[in-house]
Design a protein around this ligand. Structure first.
Ligand SMILES: Nc1nc2c(ncn2[C@@H]2O[C@H](COP(=O)(O)OP(=O)(O)OP(=O)(O)O)[C@@H](O)[C@H]2O)c(=O)[nH]1
Ligand SMILES: [Mg+2]
Length: 598
């Protein structure tokens, strides 16, 4: 189709502001999905997305729609709202010319509204501000419009209103998309060589890597000889097609369009987002591509049985092919064997990957306590980055430790400010400017150690404010830290997976809490043993877990007394043997429960 009849746009917003529901109505109005196949948030196709009611992966879909008698191709990309998945948003934005910025009429402007808006502006996109959920009895349409005008600096006449629930305003919004968002342009002048940007990919057992591309120039069809410009890997297109939203084969993909190319490549590590897929003979330089995101939290993952090491390796390689934001590298730990150090963009991201490893690959895993990175300056002059709490050095060898801080923004109704300030103090934050907007809401800027943000601050803020406050953050500078390693001992043995780095002033409390929690969730054994917390060279918390009073003679009645005695003796010996070997069996779910905050 002619370039001037194509529009590419994304829907961006804070979490839960109604992006996927709005997409549903667009798919209905444009007859992209048959009514009988329609379901709520139909683009959230992953099992985990449906269970949790959130979008995790961006999803492109092509629609056809007539405006003033002219048919247009509309390529929509639905994006996730949760901050852990903002790398998805940033990639989607590079594939489109414009964005619909939704603001929930019941919630108003929230932290991620501002972050996603800034990302879209940085990408030079046309932005259409839209108030969503206008059907809700709690909608404050005029207030929220005022917030949008003052905070986002947009013209009042530009703001549209929709309800993804009733469909009100959606047809009009589609017309405005056509009117306001510019048509795509060819990348090259007088040159129709095929070139495209890889913004995402998937893996298929039979067809290998499937790249999601935005075509920037020329066209591609089946059997075209292509190359990944950065990876310098050649391949022949096995199939090309569009998203409807499932994959639908087409004869070709042309400039301005969004679609997929099946590569047949089965080795991991070749395809990467941001690479340029072009004609084999193309001599132009590759596109700028994407910044690789830096992991925020790290955790080690070990197979419960070392026999599964290769399976875990394969599973991680495969997951990387549907999630380009997580990092993994091999590592070996004395006690846990061979495993992987994995980097994630946040705690939700970590949780989702662990859940996928369990469900999609059926792996039994030991997951260590998540950690951020610390820079260690030793007394002997050596410097080192530490990603794993169990490798954090003994207190007396360390001269100085530095840790990352985050620059944060909290948006909240003013009535919670008192409680929030207290919680910020508890989390070692330094509070900066605040700004009042709308009637009663405030936006507070601050900095906080990343370690303290990861100490469950998201949930804490949610419970203080009944969910009315929102957070966005970006990585800031490294600062001096006063932290120590806390080890947890089970039956006198350090369990490296439970080690963590804590602020020195909180070491006692954290030890107490960890020991208490483990005491609750660890299954009892045949013998009694201690659970202890140790830091700065001494035990600072301890509890005993008593052995099960299972008595092998209990079911015997009468009979020979010497036989009972013998059995008891044997049982005692057995308990002693187990204790000596220190074999407290720690099941997988205990590791996962220790890691989670609830
Ligand atoms: N009343 C009302 N509720 C809506 C509307 N749109 C969405 N919702 C509800 O808001 C919640 C979130 O909707 P989603 O469409 O999943 O929001 P989202 O922005 O895609 O969320 P993420 O992708 O996780 O960021 C759901 O419970 C929807 O039923 C609307 O127009 N009116
Ligand atoms: Mg969604």
């Amino acid at each position: 189709m002619d370039l001037k009849h194509i529009r590419n746009f994304s829907i961006i917003a804070h979490i839960d502001h109604g992006k996927s529901t709005l997409a549903d109505r667009m798919l209905e109005i444009t007859h992209t999905i048959e009514k009988r196949k329609m379901m709520e948030q139909v683009l959230d196709s992953m099992e985990l997305e449906r269970e949790r009611g959130i979008t995790i992966k961006m999803q492109p879909v092509r629609m056809k729609h007539k405006v003033d008698g002219q048919e247009y191709i509309l390529n929509l990309i639905d994006t996730p709202g949760h901050i852990d998945f903002s790398y998805e948003v940033s990639r989607a934005l590079k594939a489109v010319e414009g964005s619909i910025l939704l603001v929930d009429a019941t919630q108003g402007v929230q932290a991620q509204t501002l972050t996603t808006l800034n990302m879209a502006r940085d990408s030079g996109l046309k932005i259409i501000p839209v108030v969503s959920k206008i059907d809700s009895p709690l909608a404050r349409i005029d207030d929220v419009k005022m917030e949008i005008i003052s905070l986002l600096g947009v013209d009042p006449d530009e703001i549209l209103e929709v309800s993804g629930k009733t469909g009100e305003g959606v047809e009009n919004l589609l017309s405005e998309v056509v009117k306001r968002i510019p048509a795509p342009k060819n990348e090259l002048v007088n040159d129709d060589t095929f070139r495209s940007l890889v913004f995402d990919f998937q893996y298929d057992n039979h067809r290998g890597v499937i790249v999601y591309v935005r075509v920037l120039n020329g066209e591609v069809s089946k059997n075209t000889q292509l190359i990944f410009k950065v990876a310098e890997e050649k391949f022949s297109a096995l199939e090309v097609g569009i998203f409807s939203p499932g994959e639908v084969t087409t004869d070709k993909l042309s400039s301005g369009e969004i679609g997929y190319i099946v590569t047949g490549i089965k080795v991991p590590g070749v395809a990467s987002v941001g690479d340029t897929v072009a004609l084999l003979r193309d001599t132009n330089p590759p596109l700028h591509g994407y910044m690789t995101p830096n992991p925020v939290v790290w955790a080690s993952v070990y197979p419960e049985s070392q026999d599964d090491f290769d399976n875990l390796k394969q599973a991680l390689g495969r997951l990387r092919l549907s999630d380009s934001s997580f990092a993994h590298e091999e590592e070996a730990s004395g006690t846990l064997g061979r495993g992987f150090r994995c980097g994630f963009l946040g705690m939700l991201h970590l949780e989702i990957i662990m859940e996928r490893l369990k469900r999609e690959f059926n792996l039994q895993l030991v997951v260590t306590n998540p950690s951020i990175t610390y820079k260690i300056f030793y007394k002997n002059g050596k410097e080192e980055m530490i990603y794993s709490p169990s490798l954090f050095p003994e207190d007396n060898t360390v001269a100085k430790v530095m840790e990352p801080w985050v620059n944060m923004k909290i948006i909240t109704p003013a009535r919670f400010l008192g409680d929030i300030m207290q919680s910020l103090y508890d989390h070692e934050a330094i509070v900066g400017d605040s700004e009042i907007f709308g009637d009663t809401r405030t936006s507070v800027s601050l900095t906080m150690p990343l370690r303290e943000l990861m100490r469950n601050y998201f949930n804490e803020l949610k419970s203080i404010t009944s969910g009315y406050a929102s957070i966005s953050y970006e990585m800031g500078e490294m600062k001096d830290a006063d932290v120590v390693r806390l080890d947890i001992l089970v039956a006198d043995e350090i369990v490296p997976a439970f080690s963590r780095v804590v602020s020195r002033r909180r070491a006692d409390i954290e030890a107490e809490e960890a020991v208490e929690k483990l005491h609750k969730i660890l299954p009892r054994q045949m013998f009694s043993f201690k659970i202890q917390g140790k830091a700065m060279g001494r035990i600072i918390s301890s509890r005993s877990l008593s052995g099960m009073k299972k008595n092998v003679t209990a079911h015997m009645y009468g009979g020979d007394i010497t036989r009972k005695m013998k059995l008891r003796e044997r049982q005692k010996e057995g308990k002693k043997r187990m204790k000596e070997a220190g074999t407290v069996n720690i099941p997988q779910d205990v590791f996962l429960k220790m890691m989670s905050h609830d």
